[in-house]
Design a protein around this ligand. Structure first.
Ligand SMILES: *[C@@H]1O[C@H](CO)[C@@H](O)[C@H](O)[C@H]1NC(C)=O
Ligand SMILES: *[C@@H]1O[C@H](CO)[C@@H](O)[C@H](O)[C@H]1NC(C)=O
Ligand SMILES: *[C@@H]1O[C@H](CO)[C@@H](O)[C@H](O)[C@H]1NC(C)=O
Ligand SMILES: *[C@@H]1O[C@H](CO)[C@@H](O)[C@H](O)[C@H]1NC(C)=O
Length: 461
């Protein structure tokens, strides 16, 4: 009887899991070539969202209907996982480059509502694969500023989307200035009266799945969610106020989105996304340890670290060099927009050298060298583990090197992702450092004892 019960339970569980699975699948609508999908906006306070998949080499049409009469404009967005598509106002513009269509992975068009009952959008998937996509429509009222309304550089007349480039370990995100609400008088783009801020959010490290990607986008769509989930990214003093430069963290998904604010009203731009590398086109770019030499160095580093921590009896000269890196690291972490003055190269290197030399001198002559040396010996163990588990502590060093070697990296926002893995590793690091410190301390006591014993001997000479 009990076996019967277990059997039934198992069958029930299987059905339950099966139903969960189909639920997720039935949520995703598959669109073939030429299909028309009607999007009825039933709620004007929350965004309309729908997960779809578009067949390979096909076009789809989206009819947006039932938009609230209080809405002044809508932003239609399509977010594709790992591929590009074309989004257009007109069917004719799908096949050519024009000022009424755009191409990309995280794109959107803004449609001003007048008397039209329905707005149509066209999407073309040129890829030889089906693509997974998230459709979003957000309506704004006539008091909201217009994202990208004062566009000067992008192709479309109004550009509510961002453009992104990855160069030399930097992710460069550009948006266009926002304009006053459509009904304002006079409607001007002079002096850029609308404030534009940019926000950023990290996804779990080394998680390149579609689910996580879409969850990330969904959490950065409305102004409220953006301010709750994102961290504000300051503009650099020297580059354009519409540009933000970020340090790239390979394999760590990151969502960037701008918000336009005017008076009490705000409107969100279309978020854009980066893994800091290109998993589809160039998977090797996401693998920071792809080269055999690096793997070798990291292994050597690990064993040297082990040696210093568990066997090293004296503070070696080499170890005394470490504080210099440490100081650089601390400064590296400090440069977040907030410390705008450090963006100046001369100031940075002057401060770096002064502090590094200062600390080196102090640690050479004081007992506290044990502490710094403990921290650094254990970091040599932590660093390889960090590579292997895919956390981000290595960027403590990498950002320093980038700062020294990459042009314009001084303008980048370096805020590294600190997630569960990083926190565990930091805890482990502290434990190792304490252990290392304790061993040194014991050795010192031992040494002192021996000294007092041997002193009379020396006195005989
Ligand atoms: C979409 O709009 C077109 C043009 O008005 C119309 O012909 C078509 O029936 C609509 N389709 C749906 C599914 O709403
Ligand atoms: C149209 O939107 C209104 C709210 O703006 C909603 O009450 C209504 O149910 C919607 N109509 C349909 C057919 O969904
Ligand atoms: C999408 O297009 C951009 C250029 O617009 C290109 O740099 C990028 O590699 C493309 N992505 C994919 C996955 O094809
Ligand atoms: C868009 O392009 C067409 C010609 O291709 C041109 O006539 C029109 O002025 C352009 N519109 C804008 C806003 O640049």
């Amino acid at each position: 009887m009990s076996r019967n019960f277990v059997g039934k339970l198992l069958i029930f569980l299987l059905f339950f899991i099966g139903s969960l699975d189909t639920k997720v699948l039935s949520n995703t609508l598959s669109l073939g070539d030429g299909s028309v999908f009607e999007m009825m906006l039933t709620n004007d306070t929350t965004p309309y969202m729908k997960q779809i998949s578009i067949a390979a080499s096909s076009k789809a049409i989206f009819n947006v209907t039932n938009v609230s009469s209080t809405a002044s404009f809508i932003i239609f967005q399509i977010h594709i996982y790992q591929h590009n598509v074309t989004l257009s106002f007109d069917k004719d513009c799908l096949d050519k480059v024009s000022n009424r269509s755009i191409f990309g992975s995280n794109i959107g068009l803004l449609s001003k509502l007048t008397t039209n009952i329905m707005t149509q959008f066209f999407v073309k998937n040129d890829n030889v694969h089906d693509v997974k996509a998230l459709l979003v429509v957000i309506a704004y009222n006539n008091k909201a500023p217009v994202p990208g309304g004062c566009n000067m550089e992008f192709d479309t007349e109004i550009a509510p989307y961002a453009r992104m480039r990855t160069r030399d370990a930097m992710v460069i995100v550009d948006v266009q200035p926002a304009s006053l609400p459509f009904n304002s008088m006079p409607w001007t783009c002079e002096k850029e009266p609308v404030e534009v801020e940019m926000y950023q959010m990290y996804l779990p490290e080394q998680d390149l799945t579609a689910e996580t990607y879409f969850t990330g986008i969904v959490n950065m769509l409305t102004v409220e969610d953006i301010k709750k989930n994102g961290v504000k990214a300051m503009a650099s003093i020297v580059s354009s106020p519409m540009r933000r430069i970020f340090s790239a963290y390979f394999g760590v998904g990151s969502v960037y989105v701008a918000v336009a604010s005017y008076g009490d009203y705000s409107a969100a731009y279309v978020p854009i996304f980066s893994y800091g590398c290109n998993p589809t086109i160039d998977p090797v770019s996401c693998d920071i340890l792809s080269e055999g030499v690096l793997k070798f160095i990291s292994a050597v580093c690990f064993f040297v670290g082990l040696f210093f921590t568990f066997l090293g009896h004296h503070v070696s000269r080499v170890e005394k060099m470490f504080p210099i890196f440490f100081i650089g690291t601390v400064i590296g972490y400090a440069i977040e927009g907030s410390f705008v003055i450090l963006q100046n190269n001369t100031v940075f290197w002057f401060l770096f050298l002064t502090l590094a030399l200062g600390i080196a001198v102090v640690t050479t002559f004081c007992f506290c060298s044990y502490i710094t040396c403990s921290i650094f010996s254990s970091f040599t163990i932590i660093l390889p583990i960090d590579y292997w588990v895919g956390s981000s502590l290595k960027y403590i060093m990498i950002n320093i090197v980038r700062r020294a070697t990459v042009e314009d990296f001084n303008l980048a926002i370096v805020r590294p992702p600190i997630q569960t893995k990083d926190i565990w590793l930091i805890v482990f690091w502290i434990c190792l450092a304490l252990f290392h410190f304790y061993k040194h301390y014991q050795n010192q006591l031992l040494l002192n004892d021996r000294m007092t014993e041997t002193t009379p001997l020396w006195n005989q000479y």
